[in-house]
Design a protein around this ligand. Structure first.
Ligand code: T6T
Length: 321
């Protein structure tokens, strides 16, 4: 082969290598990641997006953030489908249902898009090269202990959750129920009711529960919207201090309810950390490096006693970056 032909072949090989590398953007080599939230504009997922954006900036990765207007797989599925059509290198996703999101995520996987699960998971263990989330069973047990302490180990307690089939809140309920059954014999568990992650519905459930059980002693709200709704109902019913509440999550409205005496303890997760770690795992996966299949992140119990400590201040969620 002549020197000229060899040089041309070398140049061609270089172009082919660049196109085949990560990026899917015509070969600039920049990794493209999309975060699909469980719910757009909600403080848990916005704080997650802030953490993901910051880490993406540090790693030189392009990050796009999208999410449905409701925590609902029928709204999240078309978003995943359109993201997949854009062929990013990786998707960080918080699936809104353990079953319904398997099909769209399987399609993403078949396109060789690396999938990292953040916060929630699906039942198919083959989806999610890495799964990053709070230990929600442990968090639910911590909520049970905190609520029991508040009601001095006696009385009726209710759980308000979002929908069955959401991995995180289901795990919180399990942790809560197991802990009550195992170690709090004076507590009567009246069961779980589902708010469909709707503040108004959570309020309605709380009001109906107060009407049914006038001696209700406590409530565990398994996430942000359930807690906001339940707390508002307690406030309007004049039940502050009479019915104790523990809520998962620590957005601005929950922290206000804590200061106002509506809720006695919050279980704050680390959504920014989950987002940042999600980006790290996505980049490792795209580069063919080792990924960590399961990454548990911490939770903090926030009360009026520690809410003003600087370290605790850092774990409270934000409405934006
Ligand atoms: O509690 C979080 C999240 O962990 C859960 O999966 C869904 O609800 C939240 O986003 C809070 O509303």
């Amino acid at each position: 082969m002549s020197k000229k032909a060899m040089a041309a072949l070398g140049a061609m090989l270089l172009v082919i290598t660049a196109c085949a590398g990560p990026g899917g953007d015509g070969g600039s080599g920049q990794i493209r990641v999309t975060l699909v939230q469980g719910l757009a504009g909600e403080e848990f997922y916005e704080t997650m997006a802030c953490g993901a954006r910051a880490r993406a900036g540090e790693l030189g990765v392009t990050l796009d953030v999208q999410g449905p207007q409701k925590f609902d797989p029928t709204l999240q599925t078309p978003i995943v489908n359109s993201v997949v059509a854009g062929r990013p290198d990786a998707i960080l996703v918080a699936p809104t249902d353990v079953k319904a999101m398997i099909a769209p995520l399987t399609q993403a996987k078949q396109q060789n898009i690396k999938i990292i699960l953040v916060d929630t998971v699906v039942e198919d263990p083959g989806i999610g090269l890495s799964r990053i989330s709070t230990d929600n069973v442990k968090g639910g047990a911590a909520a049970a202990k905190a609520l029991s302490e508040q009601i001095e180990g006696a009385g009726k307690v209710l759980v308000i959750s979002t929908d069955p089939g959401v991995s995180t809140v289901d795990a919180r309920i399990k942790g809560f129920e197991d802990e009550i059954k195992a170690s709090h014999p004076g507590i009567t568990y009246v069961g779980v009711q589902y708010s469909h992650n709707d503040v108004g519905e959570a309020s309605r459930i709380m009001n109906a529960a107060l009407a049914k059980d006038a001696d209700l002693a406590g409530v565990f709200a398994t996430n942000l919207n359930s807690a906001t709704g339940a707390g508002t109902a307690l406030q309007q019913a004049g039940k502050l201090g009479l019915v104790k509440m523990v809520g998962f999550d620590a957005g601005p409205a929950q922290v206000k309810q804590l200061r106002d005496g509506v809720v006695q303890a919050l279980i704050a997760q680390l959504p920014a950390d989950i987002g940042a770690k999600g980006v790290e795992q996505a980049v490792a996966a795209v580069r063919g490096q080792q990924v960590t299949p399961s990454i548990p992140t911490d939770a903090t119990i926030v009360t009026t006693e520690n809410v003003d400590q600087p370290e605790v201040g850092k774990v409270l969620y934000k409405a934006g970056c």
